[in-house]
Design a protein around this ligand. Structure first.
Ligand code: MF3
Ligand code: CO
Ligand code: CO
Length: 275
């Protein structure tokens, strides 16, 4: 090792960074910041609240603690969070339109804490929602958790995609192909790309020390999306409802550590029906 090499706790496997214990500690803190902020939104989100107000809460959460929202000024994005309602798949731009009873809304936040990026998103119900909306949100959450359950050294990225696709499609939902999970750590988005569909046994083998997000977007209708003329807002082409959940995690010797678990056990809205 010479002065030009990475510190002992960081190695590279092709272009995927293998992080060490210092990174896991940093990601734990950053992930918990994102998760705690998302927890705070649970009681805040109700009919009449605007996504700009949600975004302001996210900004002020970070400001009070010295955490920079990674979304702010990222590739020209001018807000601290993405707020995606009903048929908006992801990257919805906060605005002054009030949420209405029955909406489902995803809020995606990333805080930079000591240089580490804590990236997570969740769905929220605005008042009472339809059974089909609730079911979609439950299927999406379950698909993320099934994917997390396969993460361990020796499993592949294809195993992750397959776990999501097989479950979502068995529930007569579809998986968005145009956006994926990503490596995360010192930078917001890095290798690998984590596809939410695929075949078991295919793709890069996971190794302890890899850190990435899994963030499936699941539609009630067809999988196709388009990006609106604002350059950000991605919507389902058929205007069908869509949902997403995102966790950031690190691969350990025995499985994985999820950095963005909710400290208040508010990882998903309360589900009253079965799938
Ligand atoms: N947080 C998103 C993700 O999960 C990225 C949002 S980029 C933004 O990767 F610019 F739209 F904020
Ligand atoms: Co992400
Ligand atoms: Co995110």
């Amino acid at each position: 090792m010479n002065e030009f090499e990475a510190p002992t706790t960081t190695r590279r496997s092709n272009d995927i960074i293998i992080y060490g214990p210092d990174a896991f500690a940093g990601m734990r803190k950053a992930g918990q910041a994102a998760a705690e902020c998302l927890d705070l939104l649970t009681d805040f989100i109700k009919p009449g609240v605007t996504t700009a107000e949600i975004d302001a809460l996210v900004f002020h959460y970070g400001e009070a603690r010295g955490y920079l929202p990674a979304c702010l000024m990222y590739r020209g994005f001018r807000h601290s969070s993405c707020t995606s309602i009903n048929h908006v798949v992801c990257h919805g731009i906060p605005n002054d339109k009030p949420l209405k009873e029955g909406d489902i809304v995803n809020v995606d936040v990333t805080f930079i804490v000591d240089g580490w990026h804590g990236d997570s998103n969740r769905m929220y119900f605005v008042g009472e929602v339809s059974r089909k909306a609730e079911r979609l949100v439950q299927v999406t959450y379950e698909s993320l958790m099934r994917a997390i359950a396969v993460v361990k050294p020796g499993a592949t990225l294809g195993d992750i995609g397959a776990a999501i696709q097989e479950f979502a499609e068995a529930q007569r939902c579809s998986v968005v192909r145009d956006f994926c999970g990503h490596g995360v750590g010192r930078s917001f988005h890095e290798a690998p790309s984590v596809l939410h569909y695929g075949n078991r046994g295919e793709g890069t083998k996971l190794q302890a020390g890899m850190i990435f997000t899994i963030e499936p977007m699941i539609n009630l209708g067809r999988p196709h999306v388009k990006v609106l003329s604002d350059g950000w807002t991605a919507v389902t082409r058929d205007r069908s409802l869509t949902a997403q959940f995102e966790h950031a995690l690190g691969v350990t010797e025995t499985g994985c550590e999820v950095f963005t678990l909710s400290p208040g056990r508010l990882d998903h809205p309360p589900f009253s029906t079965g799938l």
